[in-house]
Design a protein. Structure first.
Length: 153
Protein backbone atom coordinates (compact mmCIF):
# COMPACT_ATOMS: atom_id res chain seq x y z
CA UNK A 1 0.00 0.00 0.00
CA UNK A 2 1.38 3.39 -1.00
CA UNK A 3 0.82 5.87 1.83
CA UNK A 4 1.12 9.61 1.40
CA UNK A 5 2.86 11.50 4.19
CA UNK A 6 2.48 15.00 5.60
CA UNK A 7 4.48 17.81 4.05
CA UNK A 8 8.13 18.13 5.18
CA UNK A 9 7.17 21.67 6.20
CA UNK A 10 5.22 20.09 9.09
CA UNK A 11 8.48 18.74 10.47
CA UNK A 12 10.04 22.22 10.14
CA UNK A 13 7.10 23.76 12.01
CA UNK A 14 7.30 21.16 14.78
CA UNK A 15 11.05 21.69 15.16
CA UNK A 16 10.55 25.44 15.39
CA UNK A 17 7.89 25.08 18.09
CA UNK A 18 10.09 22.58 19.94
CA UNK A 19 13.04 25.00 19.87
CA UNK A 20 10.89 27.95 20.97
CA UNK A 21 9.98 26.00 24.11
CA UNK A 22 13.07 23.89 24.80
CA UNK A 23 15.80 26.52 24.40
CA UNK A 24 14.37 29.23 26.71
CA UNK A 25 13.32 26.69 29.35
CA UNK A 26 16.78 25.09 29.34
CA UNK A 27 18.59 28.43 29.54
CA UNK A 28 16.23 29.83 32.15
CA UNK A 29 16.35 26.84 34.49
CA UNK A 30 20.12 26.49 34.15
CA UNK A 31 20.73 30.16 34.93
CA UNK A 32 18.22 30.17 37.77
CA UNK A 33 19.82 27.21 39.55
CA UNK A 34 23.34 28.33 38.71
CA UNK A 35 22.72 31.72 40.30
CA UNK A 36 20.53 30.67 43.24
CA UNK A 37 22.11 27.34 44.22
CA UNK A 38 25.56 26.66 42.75
CA UNK A 39 27.39 25.77 39.56
CA UNK A 40 26.93 22.03 40.05
CA UNK A 41 23.13 22.42 40.25
CA UNK A 42 23.25 24.54 37.09
CA UNK A 43 25.27 21.94 35.18
CA UNK A 44 23.04 19.07 36.38
CA UNK A 45 19.96 21.05 35.32
CA UNK A 46 21.50 21.74 31.92
CA UNK A 47 22.25 18.04 31.36
CA UNK A 48 18.76 16.95 32.48
CA UNK A 49 17.08 19.57 30.27
CA UNK A 50 19.18 18.55 27.25
CA UNK A 51 18.34 14.86 27.75
CA UNK A 52 14.62 15.63 28.11
CA UNK A 53 14.66 17.94 25.08
CA UNK A 54 16.45 15.27 23.04
CA UNK A 55 13.90 12.64 24.05
CA UNK A 56 11.05 15.00 23.12
CA UNK A 57 12.70 15.66 19.74
CA UNK A 58 12.91 11.90 19.05
CA UNK A 59 9.23 11.45 19.99
CA UNK A 60 8.18 14.38 17.78
CA UNK A 61 10.17 12.95 14.86
CA UNK A 62 8.58 9.54 15.34
CA UNK A 63 5.07 11.01 15.50
CA UNK A 64 5.70 13.04 12.34
CA UNK A 65 6.99 10.02 10.42
CA UNK A 66 4.12 7.80 11.58
CA UNK A 67 1.33 9.85 9.93
CA UNK A 68 0.16 8.65 6.55
CA UNK A 69 -2.94 8.12 4.47
CA UNK A 70 -3.97 6.08 1.45
CA UNK A 71 -6.97 6.70 -0.78
CA UNK A 72 -8.63 3.47 -1.83
CA UNK A 73 -11.69 2.84 -3.98
CA UNK A 74 -14.20 2.50 -1.11
CA UNK A 75 -12.45 4.10 1.86
CA UNK A 76 -9.60 6.16 3.23
CA UNK A 77 -6.88 4.54 5.36
CA UNK A 78 -5.19 6.68 8.00
CA UNK A 79 -2.22 5.47 10.00
CA UNK A 80 -0.69 7.21 12.99
CA UNK A 81 1.14 6.56 16.22
CA UNK A 82 4.75 6.21 17.18
CA UNK A 83 4.56 4.15 20.35
CA UNK A 84 1.03 2.85 19.84
CA UNK A 85 0.17 2.36 16.18
CA UNK A 86 -3.35 3.06 14.99
CA UNK A 87 -4.91 2.30 11.63
CA UNK A 88 -8.28 3.89 10.85
CA UNK A 89 -10.46 2.94 7.90
CA UNK A 90 -13.03 5.59 7.04
CA UNK A 91 -15.59 4.53 4.39
CA UNK A 92 -16.41 7.39 2.04
CA UNK A 93 -20.14 6.80 2.46
CA UNK A 94 -19.91 7.31 6.24
CA UNK A 95 -18.38 10.78 6.06
CA UNK A 96 -20.74 13.55 7.07
CA UNK A 97 -18.42 16.44 6.30
CA UNK A 98 -14.78 17.22 5.67
CA UNK A 99 -13.21 20.19 7.41
CA UNK A 100 -9.95 21.97 6.53
CA UNK A 101 -8.36 24.06 9.29
CA UNK A 102 -5.11 25.98 9.61
CA UNK A 103 -3.83 27.59 12.79
CA UNK A 104 -1.36 30.48 12.84
CA UNK A 105 1.77 28.29 12.69
CA UNK A 106 0.27 26.13 9.93
CA UNK A 107 -0.58 29.23 7.90
CA UNK A 108 3.00 30.53 8.21
CA UNK A 109 4.28 27.25 6.78
CA UNK A 110 1.52 26.95 4.14
CA UNK A 111 -0.05 23.90 5.78
CA UNK A 112 -3.54 22.75 6.72
CA UNK A 113 -5.22 19.91 8.62
CA UNK A 114 -8.01 17.87 7.02
CA UNK A 115 -10.58 16.58 9.52
CA UNK A 116 -13.07 13.88 8.61
CA UNK A 117 -16.31 13.79 10.59
CA UNK A 118 -18.56 10.76 10.70
CA UNK A 119 -21.73 9.92 12.64
CA UNK A 120 -19.69 8.07 15.27
CA UNK A 121 -17.39 10.44 17.14
CA UNK A 122 -14.85 7.66 17.71
CA UNK A 123 -14.23 7.34 13.98
CA UNK A 124 -13.47 11.00 13.34
CA UNK A 125 -9.98 11.29 11.88
CA UNK A 126 -7.51 14.00 10.98
CA UNK A 127 -4.61 14.41 8.59
CA UNK A 128 -2.24 17.14 9.83
CA UNK A 129 0.45 18.96 7.93
CA UNK A 130 -0.80 18.75 4.37
CA UNK A 131 0.21 21.44 1.91
CA UNK A 132 -2.71 23.80 1.28
CA UNK A 133 -3.20 22.62 -2.30
CA UNK A 134 -3.17 18.96 -1.25
CA UNK A 135 -5.60 19.65 1.61
CA UNK A 136 -8.04 21.36 -0.76
CA UNK A 137 -7.70 18.58 -3.35
CA UNK A 138 -8.29 15.92 -0.73
CA UNK A 139 -11.26 17.79 0.76
CA UNK A 140 -12.92 18.12 -2.65
CA UNK A 141 -12.22 14.50 -3.58
CA UNK A 142 -13.49 13.14 -0.25
CA UNK A 143 -16.60 15.30 -0.38
CA UNK A 144 -17.47 14.15 -3.90
CA UNK A 145 -16.75 10.49 -3.10
CA UNK A 146 -18.75 10.78 0.12
CA UNK A 147 -21.77 12.20 -1.74
CA UNK A 148 -21.53 9.53 -4.42
CA UNK A 149 -21.25 6.70 -1.89
CA UNK A 150 -24.04 8.07 0.34
CA UNK A 151 -26.43 8.53 -2.57
CA UNK A 152 -25.87 4.91 -3.57
CA UNK A 153 -27.16 3.64 -0.21
Amino acid sequence: MDYRSPSPRLWSARQLLWAVVAVPVTIGLTLLLWLTANAVAGVVTLVVCLVLAGAEWVLLRGRYRSWGYAEREEDLLIRQGFLFRRMSVVPYGRMQFVDVTAGPVERIFGLATVKLHTAAAATDAKLPGLANAEAERLRDRLASLGEAQASGL
